[in-house]
Design a protein around this ligand. Structure first.
Ligand code: NAD
Ligand code: MG
Length: 488
């Protein structure tokens, strides 16, 4: 195979318009808050500090929730849906206008390759606002009754793997439905949510409708536990999801949880193998494998195992790992030292338990957090790397002989977020998809997202759906829960 030499093609860092420090966004204004301190967010590709960000304390949470309540009661819920739609369209267009800035900022703060932030994260974030803007004046036609009502104040906590996109997934449906929001971004990636707050200001969104509170778990816990929050939406680890469920239990708060996954990507012997290889690579190496619905368990039919593994290894040898801002980069940096330590620990366990580890020749940069694309073969169902979410560029390969065995192995997991099926036969796609306990099942593709398509899990992957009409129902009340007061 010819090898290609790529000249460096870096995107200009100045495009991000980084500032030395960022405040929190409360009641339409940026502020340092009550002075609870600050956090430093780093570029995981270089470990350089990018900016200092004010951390929200419990009293800042109080102020943000009070602002959100006021905005809910006085402007946002009473506003006709067609007018709310105008603000959402405006936000969507401003995301597009500032897309290059947002993409560079996201790659700097998160470590993801610029071609992903540019071509996936930012356009999908805009698409979510466009999509839900279209629903704002059509809520009576969403199939949720003739007069569905907003819930009130939504407390929303998001992770670091798709910082801007997760903010859009949370804010767009909530706002379209007439709720107001208090959003807490993840501590390692707060910057794009703060620029989104700036975009809300630019769009002249009424003060208090969106509030953004950076901070770590403590800030998140204060948002979730606040008695005047009506709805809690969380995306993150299953462990924290369970804690939140305990906090919310016994209150009137509504809850949706989008948690972890350990998805099976099932390759039948009649699949187009070259296409399947692209799907496998996209499934587990997209965003360094920091994807809750990543295809982290590859199930291959035995008769094509050797051929598929050869093709996969050859393809992995062509992936380019390095500077996230380079337009040729396929694999960027691991988001944090803590995440890198977890990936290393689980990979070492894989070897200790007897699986075979393989990575292509792949020099790693000296500074920053890096992990090469890694494949484990000889993995059995009992291995930790087949059961636990690694949340990194690590693929565990298992085999099967019959479709029934594939389904049994695919479902043998505490999670149930997504799955992939590769086969030429339409009937086999339907047979398999019906039997997989996963919220999203892709056929002959993987990791495809669209705002009109619902996304969410079974079992320990959580409950509730984001996206599509289903995503609206998480922010609209049944008649008996309609309220203008608090949630507890
Ligand atoms: P995490 O659960 O540690 O953190 C997620 C968010 O919750 C962060 O903003 C964090 O500050 C906050 N948080 C931490 N402790 C909290 C507490 N006690 N109360 C309230 N908030 C708290 O997870 P992470 O390491 O940031 O993200 C990785 C995990 O998220 C993975 O397990 C992944 O599968 C999952 N994830 C799921 C989806 C999905 O849509 N299902 C999407 C992205 C990530
Ligand atoms: Mg960062």
């Amino acid at each position: 195979m010819p090898t290609w030499e790529y000249a460096p093609a870096p995107e200009a860092r100045e495009t991000a318009r980084l500032r030395e420090s960022y405040g929190m966004f409360v009641d339409g204004e940026f502020t340092d808050g009550s002075g609870a301190g600050s956090l430093k967010t780093v570029n995981p590709a270089s470990e350089e500090v990018l900016a200092e960000v004010a951390v929200a304390s419990k009293s800042d949470v109080d102020r943000a929730v009070a602002a959100a309540r006021r905005a809910y009661q006085t402007v946002w819920a009473p506003m006709p849906g067609r007018n709310r739609a105008k603000y959402l369209f405006r936000i969507a267009r401003l995301i597009q206008e500032r897309s290059r800035e947002l993409a560079v900022l996201e790659s700097l703060d998160n470590g993801k390759p610029i071609k992903e932030s540019r071509d996936v994260d930012v356009p999908l974030a805009a698409a979510h606002f466009f999509y839900y803007a279209g629903w704002a004046d059509k809520l009576p036609y969403a199939g949720l009754g003739p007069d569905p009502r907003p819930l009130g104040v939504a407390g929303q906590v998001i992770p670091w793997n798709f910082p801007l996109l997760m903010a859009a997934w949370k804010l767009a449906p909530a706002l379209a439905a007439g709720n107001t929001c208090v959003l807490k971004p993840a501590e390692t990636t707060p910057l794009s949510a703060l620029v989104l707050a700036e975009i809300c200001q630019q769009a002249e969104l009424p003060p208090g409708v969106v509030n953004v509170l950076p901070g770590a778990g403590e800030t998140g816990a204060a948002v979730v536990a606040h008695p005047d929050v009506d709805k809690v939406a969380f995306t993150g680890s299953t462990e924290v999801g369970k804690q939140i469920q305990r906090i919310v239990a016994g209150t009137r708060k509504r809850l949706t949880l989008e948690l972890g996954g350990k998805a099976a990507n099932v390759i039948f012997d009649d699949a187009a193998l070259d296409q399947a290889v692209e799907g496998i690579v996209n499934g587990i190496f997209f965003n360094q494998g920091h994807v809750c619905c990543a295809g982290s368990r590859l199930l291959v039919q035995e008769s094509v195992y050797d051929e598929l593994l050869d093709k996969l290894k050859r393809r992995l040898g062509t992936l380019r790992l390095g500077d996230p801002l380079d337009k040729n980069t396929d694999i960027g940096a691991i988001n944090s030292a803590a995440q890198l330590a977890r990936i290393r620990e689980l990979s070492e366990t894989g070897e200790a338990e007897g699986a075979q580890r393989w990575s292509p020749a792949c020099p790693l940069p000296d500074r920053g957090f890096w992990f090469p694309p890694t494949v484990f073969t000889g993995v059995s169902q009992a291995h930790r790397i087949a059961r636990e979410e690694i949340f990194g560029p690590v693929l565990s390969v298992l085999t099967f002989r019959t479709p029934a065995e594939a389904v049994e192995k695919a479902n043998n997991t505490p999670y149930g977020l997504s799955a992939g099926i590769w086969t030429e036969k339409g009937s086999r796609i339907l047979w398999t998809a019906q039997r997989l306990r996963a919220g999203v099942v892709w056929a002959n593709t993987f990791n495809r997202f669209d705002p009109s398509s619902p996304f969410g899990g079974y079992k320990e992957s959580g409950f509730g759906r984001e996206g599509g009409r289903h995503g609206l129902s998480a922010y609209l009340a049944d008649d008996d829960t309609v309220q203008l007061g608090g949630g507890s």
